[in-house]
Design a protein around this ligand. Structure first.
Ligand code: ADP
Ligand code: MG
Length: 484
């Protein structure tokens, strides 16, 4: 039996407001526990929440970024449950009238094709506090600094069909919110986390299978691993004649497995009702239009422009538009060297390789975009050959010299294209290699092509890598063949 995986994601994005969604307390990360929780966040009697307009603007910007409907009215509801990190006894959320309606997020599949994942809606809500189990013996500490931090929960339709697609979708959301600047997207600090809904069905069957929901997965890699485990578990269960029960599970990265948390029978009844302390949010058209007019170019539009206007392949355009920093770096290199294809090759080749080896993000690259742009320009105008270009890159990376031109000058890497000078070096190499010349002469003519490599290497060495390799090749062949 062939099985098909069905996945839907609920992604929680922490919005980058300076203060909380309903109070003036700071949202800065890493402060002393409970130093950033005011009376509103603590759920003191008699206090009233005031909605943070910046959180509303950010939610609407996200909606516009995924071409979603933006309803005129949205409403906050109370989701009631009891837990120590929730002093109010309810979480303020939006259950029935979310701020962002249906939209779409594009993901790029392995073959370069694009798939649209539908977003059901996105709603605003507040985060809860944090329980600290490790620092206290026999007790649990509660840190309420995070309570009241604004979250945007983005709920997808069950449109993904593999762990890879789910990770690509999460990456696309990450890229949209960081392009928009509405979240720092820092998954290690919990700024983005998701609940992963997974089910399987026999291939060809229309009805969905029963799903399990894996809570609070906080890295791209964990999303893939949790899904892989869960699919295997469900398929095994079904093939053994069992049934999948609808339940909430936890992913344990140490053991690489998911474990049951609670089943549907144990599920909470949240008794949602509209929050009487908050007015419905009314958005007028002029406000939404203003936000729309001021949106930056988003990844999907950038990718399309890189392909259509700059002639990049779908793959290159996807990689180079994935983050705003990467896109800006690439465009600067391109502007300085004047060739998009070459700029793309250098950014994704030599530069990406060096950054990966050192574990550096592109914004901390030791080689700046203008430096790399000038280096690429010197390759294009034949001032240096490919081999010398790598030396120049390494020198810039090590901080030797301020610009590509300075390095080329200081190291004498200018390409030698003077035919007379190259011929002199060739004559010397031929004179110094009688045995190899004899071999060449005795070889079958169709084997000689391969044998010329030795001579090219010697001439390049004699020129300290600066001779033009095409010229060396052509002239060598002429001279050697003349000896045969
Ligand atoms: P609930 O109302 O119980 O929260 P929803 O219908 O809102 O459930 O769905 C929550 C999430 O689960 C959505 O992201 C949705 O796409 C996903 N989902 C729903 N049904 C399935 C299924 N059978 N398999 C995988 N994901 C599903
Ligand atoms: Mg739901």
């Amino acid at each position: 039996m062939q099985w098909e995986t069905v996945i839907g994601l609920e992604v929680h994005v922490q919005l980058a407001t300076r203060s909380k969604i309903f109070s003036g307390a700071s949202t800065a990360f890493g402060a002393e526990p409970n130093s950033q929780a005011c009376a509103v966040d603590l759920g003191m009697p008699g206090v009233l929440p005031v909605l943070n307009e910046a959180a509303v603007a950010m939610a609407v910007q996200f909606g516009l970024g995924i071409h979603a409907e933006i309803p005129e009215v949205s409403v906050f509801d109370r989701k009631n449950y009891f837990y120590p990190d929730l002093p109010k006894g309810y979480q303020t959320s939006q259950m029935y009238h979310p701020i962002v309606g249906p939209g779409e997020v594009e993901i790029t599949l392995d073959d370069g094709s694009i798939k649209a994942i539908r977003v059901h809606h996105a709603h605003l809500e507040e985060d809860a506090g944090k329980s600290l189990h490790e620092d206290f013996h026999g007790m649990t500490g509660i840190d309420l600094n995070r309570a009241g931090t604004p979250l945007l929960e983005i709920v997808s339709e069950p449109d993904m069909r593999s762990a890879k697609e789910a990770a690509a979708y999460l990456k696309a959301i990450h890229s949209i919110v960081t392009y928009l600047g509405i979240s720092d997207g820092n998954m290690a600090e919990g700024s983005m986390r998701c609940d992963v809904n997974v089910s399987v069905r026999p291939k060809g069957q229309e009805a969905f299978g029963t799903r399990a929901e894996i809570k609070n997965v906080n890295s791209f890699r964990f999303v893939e691993r949790a899904i892989a485990f869960e699919v295997e578990r469900q398929v095994e269960l079904l093939e053994d004649g069992g049934e999948v029960v609808q339940e909430t599970r936890l992913f344990d990265p140490e053991r690489d497995e998911t474990r049951s948390m609670r089943t549907k029978e144990q599920a909470n009844d949240y008794r949602y009702f509209p929050c009487p302390d908050l007015l419905p949010v009314m958005l007028d058209q002029a406000y939404v239009d203003h936000l729309r007019d001021n949106l930056p170019e988003l990844p999907a539009d950038k990718r399309a422009r890189f392909q259509k206007a700059l002639g990049l392949s779908a793959y290159d355009a996807g990689v180079l538009s994935a983050s705003r920093e990467m896109a800006e770096f690439f465009e600067q290199v391109k502007d300085v060297c004047g060739d998009a294809k070459q700029a793309a090759n250098w950014v994704q080749g030599e530069l990406a390789g060096a950054l990966n080896r050192e574990g550096l993000p592109i914004q901390n690259s030791p080689v700046s975009a203008p430096q790399l742009g000038e280096l690429v320009a010197r390759v294009i105008d034949d001032t240096i050959n490919g081999k010398a270009a790598k030396q120049v890159f390494q020198a810039l990376w090590n901080g030797e010299g301020g610009s590509a031109d300075e390095v080329i000058e200081a190291k004498g890497l200018k390409q030698v294209t003077d035919t007379g000078a190259i011929e002199a070096m060739i004559d010397q190499v031929i004179a110094d290699s009688p045995a190899q010349v004899a071999q060449y002469r005795d070889a079958e003519p169709d084997k000689r092509g391969k044998m010329i490599g030795y001579f090219v290497g010697q001439v390049m060495k004699a020129s300290r890598g600066t001779a033009n390799p095409q010229q060396v090749n052509g002239l060598l062949k002429e001279k050697l063949d003349a000896l045969c």
